[in-house]
Design a protein around this ligand. Structure first.
Ligand SMILES: *[C@@H]1O[C@H](CO)[C@@H](O)[C@H](O)[C@H]1NC(C)=O
Ligand SMILES: *[C@@H]1O[C@H](CO)[C@@H](O)[C@H](O)[C@H]1NC(C)=O
Ligand SMILES: *[C@@H]1O[C@H](CO)[C@@H](O)[C@H](O)[C@H]1NC(C)=O
Ligand SMILES: *[C@@H]1O[C@H](CO)[C@@H](O)[C@H](O)[C@H]1NC(C)=O
Ligand SMILES: *[C@@H]1O[C@H](CO)[C@@H](O)[C@H](O)[C@H]1NC(C)=O
Ligand SMILES: *[C@@H]1O[C@H](CO)[C@@H](O)[C@H](O)[C@H]1NC(C)=O
Ligand SMILES: *[C@@H]1O[C@H](CO)[C@@H](O)[C@H](O)[C@H]1NC(C)=O
Ligand SMILES: *[C@@H]1O[C@H](CO)[C@@H](O)[C@H](O)[C@H]1NC(C)=O
Ligand SMILES: *[C@@H]1O[C@H](CO)[C@@H](O)[C@H](O)[C@H]1NC(C)=O
Ligand SMILES: *[C@@H]1O[C@H](CO)[C@@H](O)[C@H](O)[C@H]1NC(C)=O
Length: 480
């Protein structure tokens, strides 16, 4: 009986799935493997370049050429109006974006890259028709992969206060005292880089990061016998707890400002896909943003993803990606666009480099049970926390000067949330222990000068990277 009932439902499901049309997508991507943050300037390694390049190839086969390609997108020769690529000013993130794009839109080859001139001769584009795709800037994650204290990259006053609150939470203090012996045993492994007194839970992420990078790259690690599998595992999970605590707190969610801004970027882009689709223009189909794990964590918290899986509370691996796909299950004759009520959105995530053999998986957002949401529900849920305008950012952050001066309350009183003296210990140690990149809206101008200063320092040995770093710097020069 039950079987009989189930059958028509099943065929209905498969029937609608067959008709699914992808109309647009927004990808938020982590950078590939890099050198440690504690030895700035951090650099994308050859391994990291390979990871983002492969991810670009995967997304090419998913969204440009495969059976679930985005409707109307140019598969081979990039049409810049269809694509938006952004990253904060940061060597690792920008180079990751470029590596990804090389996989997404590979060189078109000699024939397609040839152009006839008026005088009858043909001109051939360099590098076998390598495609030039600008990476635009979202600014306040500037230098994120070199940054010591994650909320500095956001410039958001109330986010700093909220994150600092973590250092006075019971949870933090329990872990700080409970892991003294554990971190004490790690000292001989990392004392070439950190003072003994800095090797505590307070610096859980940077300590983990240094060891993790060494486990991938260093042929010899001092006292490496300390690093058993279970020690490595604990180093990682402690870093996870630390970073989650700084990136999200349900009862003090201002610390998730980077997730709020990402939500704003997502809403604006998907909305632009719909607006141009409705206007029968073929623009704004694929948005790609590179950013750091802290933005992932903040967004995961805001979108209630830990309800779908507690794994969302862990730092995503290098080259991880999350995607929001705009699709419809109704038939869309070419030249038309579905009505607002027929649009749906799903969230997908892949931990580490996505590939044909390990594809992104859909998870329900907002503590729900369905992998897909109507666009109306999705946009209203996301709007609850999305920050889309400078004015909104200034109000939420309690900032009243600089970019925010025009929105400051007339009486110049201090911002509502300025209980800074009770905000717990402020991060001042040189390696802060709080790391991350915070993606911001393009209107908050970042300081290029700081990056250039950092770029001038040469603390990292080049030897392991020499081969690839030459070619990446060639690429950035081309871009410029
Ligand atoms: C045609 O114009 C291009 C670009 O100005 C120049 O490089 C090329 O030599 C010209 N070819 C001929 C045959 O004049
Ligand atoms: C916001 O305020 C904080 C603290 O006063 C300041 O450090 C930061 O630069 C400000 N951000 C912007 C974008 O004005
Ligand atoms: C979360 O925020 C609440 C309210 O500000 C605070 O009491 C609590 O200690 C915070 N927890 C963490 C882990 O930061
Ligand atoms: C690191 O610790 C080891 C073992 O305690 C010690 O032999 C070594 O001299 C220390 N190195 C530095 C740079 O402090
Ligand atoms: C790994 O190698 C780099 C460069 O030689 C060095 O600076 C770093 O301290 C090493 N890390 C560990 C944990 O051994
Ligand atoms: C430690 O983990 C590695 C990689 O996951 C595995 O190959 C190795 O067998 C493990 N060693 C022990 C002692 O469990
Ligand atoms: C989408 O954009 C249009 C036109 O700019 C605007 O009127 C509308 O409010 C936007 N919708 C959302 C959900 O952002
Ligand atoms: C991704 O993998 C890391 C371990 O490498 C784990 O800590 C984290 O929880 C995973 N995230 C998700 C969403 O699966
Ligand atoms: C992945 O699958 C697509 C077809 O869906 C295929 O075109 C592509 O070559 C595959 N990529 C790899 C690396 O196997
Ligand atoms: C500031 O602190 C006072 C006293 O501790 C408290 O009553 C008030 O709610 C706090 N304001 C904010 C915005 O946290």
């Amino acid at each position: 009986m039950q079987l009989l009932l189930a059958l028509p439902v099943l065929s209905l499901v498969t029937g609608t799935e067959a008709a699914e049309t992808i109309l647009g997508a927004y990808i938020f991507h982590r950078h590939g493997d890099r050198t440690p943050k504690s030895l700035p300037p951090a650099k994308l390694t050859s391994l990291g370049y390979d990871q983002v390049y492969s991810a670009g190839q995967y997304y090419r086969s998913r969204y440009l050429t495969g059976p679930s390609k985005i409707r109307g997108i140019d598969p081979d020769v990039v049409k810049l109006s269809q694509l938006s690529v952004t990253s904060p000013v940061d060597n690792v993130l920008q180079n990751s974006a470029m590596g990804f794009l090389q996989g997404l839109y590979p060189p078109v080859g000699e024939t397609m890259a040839k152009q006839p001139l008026r005088n009858g001769s043909d001109v051939q584009a360099p590098m076998n028709g390598y495609q030039l795709i600008p990476v635009n800037i979202v600014s306040s994650g500037t230098g994120s992969e070199d940054n010591g204290w994650l909320q500095d990259a956001t410039g958001c006053q109330n986010a700093k206060l909220s994150s600092n609150g973590y250092f006075s939470s019971a949870e933090y203090n329990r872990l700080l005292s409970g892991t003294k012996d554990f971190y004490g045993r790690l000292v001989p492994v990392v004392n070439g880089t950190f003072d003994e007194s800095d090797v505590t839970f307070k610096n859980a992420y940077v300590v983990y990061d240094l060891i993790n990078v060494a486990e991938i790259h260093n042929t010899t690690i001092p006292s490496s016998d300390v690093l058993t599998n279970s020690t490595l595992f604990q180093t990682r999970t402690l870093a996870d707890a630390h970073e989650w605590g700084l990136a999200y707190n349900a009862s003090s969610n201002m610390r998730a400002i980077s997730g709020m801004q990402l939500a704003g970027e997502i809403l604006k882009y998907i909305n632009s896909t719909i607006v141009s689709g409705t206007a029968k223009s073929s623009a704004n189909k694929l948005g790609i943003q590179f950013g750091a794990y802290a933005s992932f964590l903040s967004f995961f918290g805001l979108a209630d993803l830990p309800k779908a899986s507690p794994d969302f509370m862990g730092v995503p691996d290098y080259a991880s990606s999350m995607v929001l796909e705009l699709f419809t299950n109704v038939d869309v004759p070419s030249g038309s666009f579905p009505s607002m009520n027929d649009l749906q959105v799903r969230f997908l995530f892949h931990n580490g480099t996505a590939s044909n053999s390990s594809e992104p998986v859909a998870y329900p957002l907002f503590g729900g049970r369905n992998d897909a949401l109507s666009w109306n529900d999705f946009s209203s849920e996301l709007s609850k926390f999305a920050v889309r305008t400078t004015e909104d950012w200034c109000h939420k952050c309690g900032n009243t000067t600089g970019t925010c001066a025009p929105y400051a309350p007339a009486n110049n009183s201090p911002p509502a949330n300025s209980n800074s003296s009770s905000g717990g210990p402020h991060m001042s140690a040189s390696i802060g222990g709080v790391i991350g990149a915070f993606v911001t809206l393009a209107f908050i101008l970042g300081t290029l000068a700081a990056v250039m200063l950092l770029g001038g320092l040469r603390l990292v040995t080049k030897k392991a990277l020499a081969g690839r770093s030459t070619s990446t710097s060639e690429i950035s020069m081309q871009k410029a």
